[in-house]
Design a binder for this molecule. Structure first.
Ligand SMILES: Nc1ncnc2c1ncn2[C@@H]1O[C@H](COP(=O)(O)OP(=O)(O)O)[C@@H](O)[C@H]1O
Ligand SMILES: [Mg+2]
Length: 418
């Protein structure tokens, strides 16, 4: 069987790993992003540099590389900032969107998916309210039915903690509004205020929906939805710093999270939608609180590159292609820790300390090959296995701290002379 084309919309580090997993199974991969030299482009058959929020450009690249119908290839969104209305139209024309155009559309903004989860599906979430001005934000937080203080304020269109802040005093509400709207995507100033959940820990539950192709037709996979073991993680500035497995969690709480993940992924993917999702939960005592989800591999799931035989990227690709997914084999314990740029770097950075980091047994480093950096940009990740999650976290964090991100020869102001 000739394997199809995957058109990756977004070519960051997660897309790069999806591309590698797909290439290993013989697929053709086309990587799309708004800038050239993006991580996934380095390992793909072809690349396209377009504004993915521009519907005509999106349509042009889809038509250039894919065909409608079974066997015509897949549109694989890797980021949220895509003109998802265009994906809905393309899907109506017969193009396959992973896991479904509706899933990409509903998760593009925080409000659509939160309303679906809380109002329609009745999943437990933090109390929340929306605001379209500083005055509305004040009401959203301080009104009788508001979130109360402290509150988390986030633009409805943002990711990786951009524009997100925690408000602890009413006097800081205006500043939170200004910070959110000046760091949001899109042109619709709208924020969500959420009750601050004092959780014991938070997890990502990677959830896989499968389907089969029978006699040229896609049919829902009758087997159960698959779950990867819960991944614990720690965030700073709303952005992931480290993740680990196993994350000790009572079996009843795991089942509760799995039930919610099954419900919401089934709802947004539809009966034919296949692929991997990252579903985020907060755990406080015996409460499991739904937070958000991504219909694609999750950054905290990078630990699966070392924790198990089938990474989240392998699982995504197998689900997309309708290939079997037998039981996953796990390492005893594993962790990931991010390598961030300390500041802006105009050209390709250098990574002194890589050798020292790799000298430890059980440690691996992935450098994403990003062509430039800004403060806190994620440039790589350290992965480690150990006998316990605590040991793996320590090893991954140490390895990540040994890898420095510095201006490379080409990006230094004064070229080196001999
Ligand atoms: N209501 C909340 N209470 C406590 N912490 C929160 C809340 N919302 C977000 N956070 C923290 O911020 C992180 C990022 O928020 P999230 O909603 O997942 O945004 P993003 O889409 O940028 O990942 C979460 O993983 C969590 O650590
Ligand atoms: Mg998140």
């Amino acid at each position: 069987m000739q394997l199809p084309t995957l058109l990756l919309l977004g070519s960051g580090e997660l897309g790069k790993e999806v591309a590698i997993s797909a290439k290993r199974l013989g697929c053709r991969v086309v990587a799309v992003d708004s800038y050239d030299g993006a991580p996934a482009m380095q390992v793909s058959d072809a690349r396209e540099v377009i504004d993915m929020l521009h519907a005509p450009s999106l349509r042009r690249v889809v038509r250039r590389h894919l065909k409608p119908g079974v066997g015509g290839g897949f549109i694989v969104p890797e980021i949220e900032a895509i003109r998802t209305e265009e994906l809905l139209s393309l899907e109506r024309l017969g193009y396959s969107v992973v896991p479904s155009a509706r899933a990409a559309n509903l998760t593009m903004n925080r409000d659509a998916i939160r309303d679906l989860a809380a109002s329609r599906l009745r999943l437990p979430t933090a109390r929340y309210a929306y605001a379209e001005s500083a005055a509305e934000l004040r009401t959203a937080i301080t009104a009788k039915k508001g979130t109360g203080l402290p509150a988390v304020v986030k633009p409805v269109m943002s990711s990786s903690g951009k524009g997100q802040s925690v408000v602890t005093r009413a006097a800081d509400i205006d500043a939170a509004w200004t910070y959110a709207v000046s760091n949001m995507r899109g042109d619709r100033p709208r924020v969500i205020a959420e009750e601050f959940i004092e959780f014991d820990y938070e997890i990502t539950l990677l959830t896989v929906r499968q389907r089969r192709v029978v006699a040229g037709r896609r049919v829902p996979e009758p087997r159960r939805t698959l779950f990867v073991r819960p991944i614990g993680h720690r965030q700073e500035r709303g952005d992931y710093q480290e993740s680990w497995m196993p994350c000790p969690m009572k079996p009843a709480l795991i089942r509760s999270a799995q039930r919610m993940a099954r419900t919401i992924t089934a709802e947004i993917a539809g009966p034919e939608g296949a692929g991997l999702f990252g579903v985020e939960f907060f755990v406080r005592g015996n409460e499991v609180i739904f937070s958000e989800l991504s219909p694609r591999p999750h950054d905290t799931g990078m630990v699966t590159m070392i924790s198990q035989d089938l990474s989240e990227f392998d699982l995504h690709v197998r689900a997309i292609l309708g290939l079997p997914i037998p039981a996953i084999r796990y390492e005893k314990a594993a962790a990931s820790a991010v390598i961030l740029s300390p500041g802006p770097i105009a050209g390709p950075p250098e990574y002194p300390g890589l050798g020292r980091a790799l000298a430890a047994s059980g440690v691996q480093i992935r450098l994403f090959g990003k062509p430039s950096a800004r403060k806190y940009r994620r440039m790589g990740v350290a992965l480690a296995v150990a006998a316990s999650a605590a040991g793996a976290r320590k090893a991954a964090t140490r390895a990540a701290s040994l890898v420095r991100v510095e201006p490379g020869v080409t990006s230094k102001a004064a070229p080196r002379t001999r």
